[in-house]
Design a protein around this ligand. Sequence first.
Ligand code: KG4
Ligand code: ZN
Length: 332
Amino acid sequence: MYILAFESSCDETACSVCEMTEGKRIIKSNIIASQVATHALYGGVVPEIASRAHIEAISKITYEALSVAGVSLKEIGAIAVTNGPGLIGALLVAVNFAKSLAFAYNIPLVPVDHIKGHIASNYMTYQELKPPFLALVVSGGHTSFFDVKSYTELKEIGSTLDDAAGECFDKIGRVMGLPYPGGHAMDLLAREGDKNAIRFPSPSINDTLNLSFSGLKTSVINYINTQRQKDIELVPKDIAASFTRTVVDAICSKIGSALKKTGYDKVVLAGGVSANSHLRAGVLAECKKFGAEFYAPELSLCGDNAVMIGAQGYYEFLNGVRADESLNAYPS
Ligand code: KG4
Ligand code: ZN
């Protein structure tokens, strides 16, 4: 069946068509209207501007997604839409658009959780992948370990107690004057630097699967400010490498106990920060150590997109999940 999917939880307006059957998952189109250039002017996402930009983009990208896929609305078997978590005004744009289309064309409407969507991006990269597995979602808003019991059922078994890892990458990147959003630029810079140059506090909370990134973030920013006050020249590549190593080590230190707790032998990485080359390499090495299979989405599916929503939407649809005109969005 063909699934038309929408995603507008933050600063990307996305629409896709996926062809989903029991044996095959095919991306027919994957259209993303990015607002990065707009928000770059402010150094972060401005929610009101994001909502307006979603409204301006959504009709156009829907036509584009259908025409690239060569599929008409009459052939769509279900419409999937992210209804949370995210920025409420942003989410409501795709939710209301999807509701209108579903109502007008009498197509089943399926709400999808954004985090489940990120995990589902892996189903499109690996045709053979199926639950159960351990998932690690690292994004701008989340850093969590999940016990993924089935396509539609998951349980959080550990998470950050404050900031998400992606948020730290972005804030530290901003303080260092890197292009917005900082995650990708930090990734490149860290490849050049010495990861042992500076010692920062670990975000790991011992004997739990939880993390706390706020102390690490403050420590890196204090380090940068102190060096500047003392007129000592910063070495941005060493800061990026040392910070990244601290994040990757802390996340990786939890994988062994998370595998033990769940009893699984598969680790699935997801979320925007899953594009980070150091994190991918670190988690892969940790998986090898514990004899677990490692999965991470292809780079084009790491950030926010609608393909992942279509993938998860298909399994929610099979599970009987449906929404009507009363569907609402939830921010957290
Ligand atoms: O999943 P996502 O697109 O949006 C949320 O759901 O939050 O994640 C966005 C986050 C941003 O913080 C961005 O800087 C980060 O993912 N990111 C990266 C990389 N690419 C994107 N962080 C580190 N290294 C990267 N290569
Ligand atoms: Zn996301």
